[in-house]
Design a protein around this ligand. Structure first.
Ligand code: ATP
Ligand code: MG
Length: 375
């Protein structure tokens, strides 16, 4: 059993900074959970409390069925991988990986077996005789992970393990962590500020801000049904567009009035808003750049915009538009189906028309910032 349960966990540092407020989460055995959020939101603090590297100010932490608030890190059956690798520079890769096992007085044969096996999983067998400074950044990171694997921990903790690597290597290592996870079948808690990493790695992700959990869910849930404006803006790239709009409840259901057009909502949205008793009100309308329909011709019900910037990304274009009242909207437009004539019309200063299908519209209360349907 290696579930990890946090109940009302709180961290107050000596200087009275409350880094984590009332953190509640049950991480299941063999689950891969990612803590994600901007700098300073309390990700590392929470992870370090799980590791036993920080005291827990209030609340209960369990690993499996055991309350571990006062258990020493070495007795928690966890292994942690840090951002800066923290390898011992003067000993070989082999000895770095063997270090913690030797401390536990494991016999040589078992140490050898585990180091060789971990090196094989990570593809670093040929470097076992080298010292850390004779390795590239990605290779060092593999050694740091190897050092954790050999311990066969019940829970793997990783704090931004890829952030010291360049973009290409980071993508490659991200894929390797997905493979590693399949081979090392254990519980993972992974910290990152990078939403792409969170989305691609996590079975579930925990979005944090200012020491509070904002939302817990699968990547798809968090992407499709963000509970508030913060989560909506944090997950997804480029960021979701936010527009001032008004929700109107009429005889035929709800509609959104935005930038001079009226857009109907669908049956599901109508049912949810009715059930919640939502009345006509001002809203913040959220629409993702990739969910915006782009039209080249003036069309009834479409919003007229002007092209400010056209970023060519290869397989798609990022168009930065401004509406007639100055709202800025980014849209992603796949290039594959664009004709030469259409491309020529995407120049700076030209007019474009956009519209939002009902299912891609996210409705937020501008005051509480909560999602009117899922918040
Ligand atoms: N030892 C400490 N003493 C006092 N305050 C601290 C200490 N460590 C962290 N903090 C504060 O606690 C808050 C959370 O810090 P934490 O390191 O957990 O953030 P983080 O989400 O990991 O950020 P980052 O993405 O920058 O690593 C921050 O406001 C930070 O300044
Ligand atoms: Mg951190």
């Amino acid at each position: 059993m290696a579930s990890v349960t946090l109940e009302h966990v709180k961290k107050i540092y000596d200087n009275n900074v409350v880094a984590v407020h009332d953190f509640n989460l049950e991480i299941k055995d063999k689950e891969f959970v990612v803590f994600v959020g901007p700098s300073g939101c309390g990700k590392s603090t929470t992870l370090r409390m799980i590791a036993g590297l920080e005291d827990i100010s209030e609340g209960v932490l369990r690993i499996g069925d055991r309350v571990v608030n006062d258990v020493e890190p070495k007795d928690r059956d966890i292994a942690m991988v840090f951002q800066n690798y923290a390898l011992y520079p003067h000993i070989t890769v082999y000895e770095n990986m063997a270090f913690s096992l030797r401390l536990r007085r494991m016999d040589n044969e078992e140490v050898h077996k585990r180091v060789v096996q971990a090196a094989d999983i990570l593809g670093i067998t040929e470097y076992l005789g080298r010292k850390p400074k004779q390795l590239s950044g990605g290779q060092r990171q593999r050694v740091a992970i190897g050092r954790a694997i050999v311990r066969n921990p019940a829970v793997f903790l990783m704090d931004e393990p890829l952030s010291n690597l360049d973009a290409k290597l980071r993508n490659q290592m991200r894929a390797e962590i997905i493979l590693l996870r399949k081979r090392v079948d254990t519980t993972f808690v992974y910290v990152t500020h990078d939403q792409t990493e969170a989305m691609t790695l996590g079975d579930r992700i925990v979005v944090m801000k200012d020491g509070y959990i904002q939302q817990v869910g699968t990547p798809q849930q968090v992407f499709d049904t963000p509970t508030n404006l913060f989560v909506a803006g944090f997950i997804g790239s480029p960021q979701m567009n936010f527009l001032k709009a008004r929700l109107e409840k009429g005889a035929n259901g709800y509609q959104v009035n935005v930038l001079g057009v009226q857009l109907p909502l669908n049956a599901e949205q109508n049912a949810a808003l009715t059930e919640r008793g939502v009345l006509s009100q001002d809203i913040t309308l959220g629409v993702r750049p990739e969910h915006t329909s782009v039209l080249f011709e003036k069309t009834a019900g479409a919003i007229e915009c002007e092209i400010n910037v056209n970023e060519m990304m290869g397989s798609e274009l990022h168009l930065h538009l401004s509406s007639q009242n100055g709202d800025r909207i980014i849209v992603r437009l796949p290039t594959v189906d664009l004709s030469a004539e259409q491309r020529s019309r995407l120049a700076y200063g030209n007019k474009m028309y956009i519209t939002f299908p009902a299912k891609v519209m996210h409705l937020f209360d501008p005051k509480t910032e909560k999602n009117l349907i899922f918040g």
